[in-house]
Design a binder for this molecule. Structure first.
Ligand code: NAP
Ligand code: GLV
Ligand code: GLV
Length: 333
């Protein structure tokens, strides 16, 4: 039997990649930087499947070039880089990697909450730069004072898999957890002692606002000037979802004018974010280069999941992590 052709847009971890290389006629883009769009367009002309990253824009132009493309297996849980509606229309399956990255992403969200509240990055700089030594003060009652996390109110926007995992961890910090999501989740409220509130109440009451919605037309710039003004001036904004959910210009203004106390960002409107992004000049901002799921264990599981989705599909099964289930109603050519 002729092996299906696959283009893999980056070197994903070995276990999953080897599963793909064993079973398919696969070509891998081995450079560190993403393949230029022209390369994807050229490759897509002849393949049955694509393995994509969130940095690969899969729009109409790419899909128009495809002749045999049947499935796009995304190496991420978010898939806002893919025109899924257009894929469904064309009978192309789209899969993602949910669940395996939930706990790691929640861990990292907590890393950011604690880092920004307790000024860990500033403290690290203070020690390494020699400022501590220069101060000739081993310990001072007012040195690098931060904000307590325990006992405060955590506000979760988007109580999905990751939002729930973040909420679960709050118990250990004896926090009150409020959430806003499209749908109310009464089971989870009971299990985790959460309280459902409307969007404005969440912004007004939370000491830590943590965003866990996907990027969609509805969530683009969900947090702008109006929302930041509603937040307490002692509150922190944490974003590990997608950069474009927050209006960065508004966030800069809010931080500069002290409408809020600080922000911790793993994601940016443009990635990589330019080194001259004004947000990077602010001390009350903690940043990371989109690494919330970046643990050895999790990235390996994501690669296996991608491989399993492809294998299931080409065995004639429904891939376990199908995003556009409507595609099942379309006949495949
Ligand atoms: P998920 O289980 O689908 O959760 C997303 C939640 O957001 C759902 O519960 C959904 O609502 C809610 N939601 C969607 N649109 C909304 C809206 N307009 N208003 C209010 N709530 C809305 O997804 P997940 O696995 O938790 O992942 C969430 C996102 O995190 C991903 O899409 C991805 O962009 C991001 N992510 C980032 C990283 C990173 O490295 N920084 C890693 C993993 C994921 P209902 O359930 O109420 O309908
Ligand atoms: C990472 O951002 C993901 O969506 O998996
Ligand atoms: C601080 O190190 C303390 O002992 O309180």
């Amino acid at each position: 039997m002729v092996k299906p052709k696959v283009f893999v847009t980056r070197e994903i971890p070995d276990k999953g990649l080897n599963m793909i290389l064993e079973r398919f006629d696969a070509k891998v883009w081995r450079e560190y930087t993403p393949p230029p769009k022209e390369v994807i367009i050229e490759e897509v002309k002849s393949v049955d499947a694509l393995v994509t990253l969130l940095t690969d824009k899969i729009d109409k132009e790419v899909l128009d070039a495809a002749k045999n493309l049947k499935i796009i297996a995304q190496y991420a849980v978010g898939y806002d880089n893919i025109d899924v509606e257009e894929c469904t229309r064309r009978g192309i399956y789209v899969t993602n990697t949910p669940e395996v990255l939930t706990e790691s992403t929640a861990d990292f969200t907590w890393t950011l909450i604690l880092a920004v509240a307790r000024r860990v990055v500033e403290a690290d700089k203070f020690v390494r730069s020699g400022e501590w030594e220069k101060s000739k003060t081993g310990w001072h009652p007012k040195m690098l004072l931060g904000t307590d996390v325990h006992g405060k109110t955590l506000g979760i926007i988007g109580l999905g898999r990751i939002g729930t995992a973040v909420a679960r961890r709050a118990k250990g910090f004896n926090m009150k957890v409020i959430y806003y999501s499209r749908k109310r989740k009464e089971e989870l409220e009971k299990e985790l002692g959460l309280e459902f509130v409307d969007f404005e109440t969440l912004l007004k009451e939370a000491d830590f606002v943590s965003i866990h919605v996907p990027l969609t037309k509805e969530t683009f710039h969900l947090i702008g000037e109006r929302e930041l003004k509603l937040m307490k001036n002692t509150a922190f904004l944490i974003n590990t979802s997608r950069g474009k959910v927050v209006d960065e210009k508004a966030l800069y203004k809010a931080l500069k004018k002290k409408w809020i106390a600080g922000a911790a960002l793993d994601v940016f409107e443009e990635e990589p974010t330019p080194a001259d992004n004004p947000l990077l000049k602010l001390e009350n901002v903690v940043v990371a280069p989109h690494i919330a799921s970046a643990s050895h264990e999790t990235r390996s599981k994501m690669a296996e999941m991608v491989a399993k989705n492809l294998i299931a599909f080409f065995e004639g099964k429904i891939p376990p992590n199908l995003v556009n289930t409507d595609v099942l109603n379309k006949s495949k050519s």
